[in-house]
Design a protein around this ligand. Structure first.
Ligand SMILES: NC(=O)c1ccc[n+]([C@@H]2O[C@H](COP(=O)([O-])OP(=O)(O)OC[C@H]3O[C@@H](n4cnc5c(N)ncnc54)[C@H](OP(=O)(O)O)[C@@H]3O)[C@@H](O)[C@H]2O)c1
Length: 332
């Protein structure tokens, strides 16, 4: 698979990584399958998807434990990205950016992952009660201690937190400028997909200008862009899509022209090319520092997604995909 580099340390990873969240978090728990998830991680690594993206809160903790079972045997094949800063409480998810907590959380992640170093340690969310420089400073200490190789900042969730009228990533850009004064940012993880292209406006250019890697989260639009979901099918209550404004039956039906456009482009590239692969190839074409992180718990899908790294869209294809109708259904 094509390799791409992340950040000042020039860490090389496969252009398509593996988002491990659906194995233990956010999507319907009744569909989680531990053994199939293990096979999925192995299959992704076999296909060159070296970047495994997890977080201590996925599960919580169970996703790191699952990856630890693979890393114990195949540490050299993988690039591990995990996250700190969010805790799952009884009722709510809370941020914790206190330095002492960050140090303890890192040691716990290392134990669960069965490794002695995390390749990319990401701040999942800044804690409003703690200056972000303090949290980031504690993370930088972990690099100096050899427990972590590089630092990243997540901007996923900005859509739901945006104040009306503000540009989507303005607050993230301010945060990035602040932490960059303390220790270099190697990667930013943010939503980027055909139906959520806002990162192209200012966030991706910020990364490109500084040689910072960009991890494209939710590149398949939480599954919608694969064209395998049926409007009105419904989601179980513990599935994020049950509350997502773009996943009502009405909005899923209204957004079908986007899927139709991806399928049209896929057909031009021959039998077996899928809408999901076109969606991923479009994300990868947005810049040489972009790494797509599609999530799946199915080995077959990990293989299909990895193969998207070899799909070369023409300038006409890219223009056609970029020109598809804007998504309907908003968080505002
Ligand atoms: N930093 C953050 O705060 C943050 C937030 C959200 C996500 N992320 C990261 O970004 C990754 C990707 O986001 P995501 O997983 O939410 O969304 P996504 O990649 O846009 O879509 C995942 C969904 O698509 C399905 N899928 C994947 N490949 C498929 C294929 N080839 N054909 C048909 N269906 C397919 C998966 O189903 P199955 O699982 O059933 O295969 C899953 O339901 C996450 O796993 C996580 O690592 C980070």
């Amino acid at each position: 698979m094509e390799r791409r580099t992340i950040g000042a340390g020039a860490l090389a990873v496969g252009a398509v990584g593996l988002g491990c969240m659906p194995m233990n978090w956010a999507y319907s728990t009744s569909r989680q399958r531990g053994d199939e998830s293990l096979r999925t991680v192995h299959r992704a690594l076999d296909a060159g998807s070296t970047l495994l993206d997890t977080a201590d809160m996925y599960g919580p903790f169970t996703n790191e434990l699952l990856l630890g079972r693979v890393l114990k045997e195949r540490r050299a094949d993988a690039f591990v990205s995990t996250k700190v800063g969010l805790l799952v409480g009884d009722q709510h998810i809370v941020a914790n950016g206190r330095p002492g907590y960050v140090r303890r959380a890192c040691d716990a992640s290392l134990r669960r992952l069965q490794t002695d170093v995390i390749d990319l340690y990401q701040l999942h969310r800044a804690d409003p009660e703690v200056p972000v420089e303090e949290t980031w400073g504690a993370m930088a200490e972990l690099v100096r201690a050899g427990k972590v190789r590089a630092l990243g900042l997540c901007a996923v969730g900005a859509r739901a937190r945006r104040r009306s009228g503000a540009r989507l990533h303005d607050a993230t850009l301010r945060q990035l400028e602040r932490v960059q004064q303390v220790f270099p940012v190697s990667a930013v993880e943010a939503e980027l997909s055909v139906w959520s292209p806002e990162a192209l406006e200012a966030l991706l250019p910020w990364c490109a200008a500084r040689g910072v890697g960009f991890l494209a989260a939710m590149p398949l639009g939480n599954g919608f862009l694969t064209g395998t979901l049926t409007p009105g099918e419904g989601f179980e209550p513990d599935d994020v899509r049950a509350r997502h404004p773009r996943f009502t039956a009405e909005m899923m039906a209204a957004n079908q022209p986007i899927v139709a456009g991806l399928r049209r482009v896929a057909r031009r590239h021959g039998e077996g090319v899928t809408a999901a692969q076109v969606a991923l190839a479009w994300v990868l074409a947005q810049g040489p520092q972009v790494v797509a992180v599609p999530g799946t718990k199915r080995a077959r899908c990990a293989e299909e997604n990895a193969a998207a790294a070899a799909l070369r869209l023409t300038p006409e294809d890219l223009a056609e995909v970029s020109g598809l109708p804007a998504a309907r259904g908003s968080w505002d």
